[in-house]
Design a protein around this ligand. Structure first.
Ligand SMILES: Nc1ccn([C@@H]2O[C@H](COP(=O)(O)OP(=O)(O)OP(=O)(O)O)[C@@H](O)[C@H]2O)c(=O)n1
Ligand SMILES: C[C@](O)(CO)[C@H](O)COP(=O)(O)O
Length: 246
């Protein structure tokens, strides 16, 4: 089921953003799907959709919602302006949720960004940076940050097997950007579940370009992350369900 959410204005631009938001949030806990949890009165999902839609290049945002919460998510994102918003049922894995939302992007937009709802504070400028690199000719783009800790391999949970050279390691965030046709082809032929979409390009022997990430694009995974997000985020003037009360 695909649900188009009526918005006051539809964006121009050449970018579709696919937002997987169907995860259970087991590491966060609390019993409610993570994307529906709130940061200072606004759901994680609405924050992610609102920021994506506000990026000037973005024409469409396609959300993969928890399969039993599609109508709830439609109500949640109603009133978000700046781009068309579409909601579909997600799948049992992140990869299948991305594939479901990608299939709902029927418009001929040349660039697709895939963005975790859980990275709710990623700024619009990061969407623009990633999209610009795809526009510049990269077939796949990931925002990255350096690793600050020493990283060790372990042979058993309490035995160090070696130290990894962190100079060649990067923390990879979303939004990740792709030429739309390439991403569609790779998702259609995807086999094993990968932890990100750029991995599909790597597996096919393609090139993935790095651009600077943004610390604000951290992933809300644990209760500690949620507290950090609450400390960093502003409040909201929007209700979390139903259309805005303006
Ligand atoms: N079946 C799934 C699993 C994950 N996701 C989405 O993929 C993003 C990254 O996943 P993660 O942060 O791991 O979320 P969860 O799977 O919800 O977390 P957990 O592994 O703790 O249950 C999230 O926005 C999540 O909603 C999804 O759309 N469909
Ligand atoms: C896509 C991702 O956010 C890139 O860092 C990450 O791989 C998602 O991992 P998760 O275990 O599904 O949260």
């Amino acid at each position: 089921m695909t649900r188009d959410v009526t918005t006051p204005d539809s964006g121009g631009g050449d970018v579709a953003v696919v937002i997987p938001a169907a995860g259970l949030g087991l590491r966060l806990g609390g019993g409610t799907p993570k994307a529906l949890r709130e940061i200072n009165g606004e759901s994680i999902l609405r924050r992610a959709v609102r920021t994506a839609a506000a990026a000037p290049s973005v024409a469409l945002v396609a959300v993969a919602a928890p399969a039993d919460r599609v109508e709830e998510v439609v109500a949640l994102v109603a009133g978000v302006s700046g781009a068309r918003i579409r909601v579909v049922a997600g799948g049992a894995s992140r990869q299948s949720s991305v594939a479901a939302a990608l299939a709902a992007v029927v418009e001929a937009l040349p660039i697709v960004l895939v963005h975790d709802a859980a990275r709710a504070l990623a700024p619009a400028s990061l969407f623009e940076r990633v999209a610009a690199a795809v526009r510049d000719g990269a077939e796949a783009v990931v925002p990255v940050l350096p690793v600050a800790d020493t990283i060790k391999r372990v042979s058993t949970p309490d035995r160090v097997a070696g130290t990894v050279d962190r100079a060649e390691l990067r923390r990879v965030q979303t939004p990740q950007g792709f030429a739309a046709s390439l991403l569609r082809t790779l998702h259609a032929g995807a086999g094993a579940e990968l932890t990100d979409d750029a991995g599909l390009v790597e597996a096919a022997g393609g090139a993935v370009r790095c651009v600077p990430g943004d610390e604000l694009a951290f992933k809300v995974t644990t209760p500690f992350d949620l507290r950090i997000a609450q400390a960093l985020a502003g409040g909201t003037t929007h209700p979390t369900t139903g259309p805005p009360a303006e």
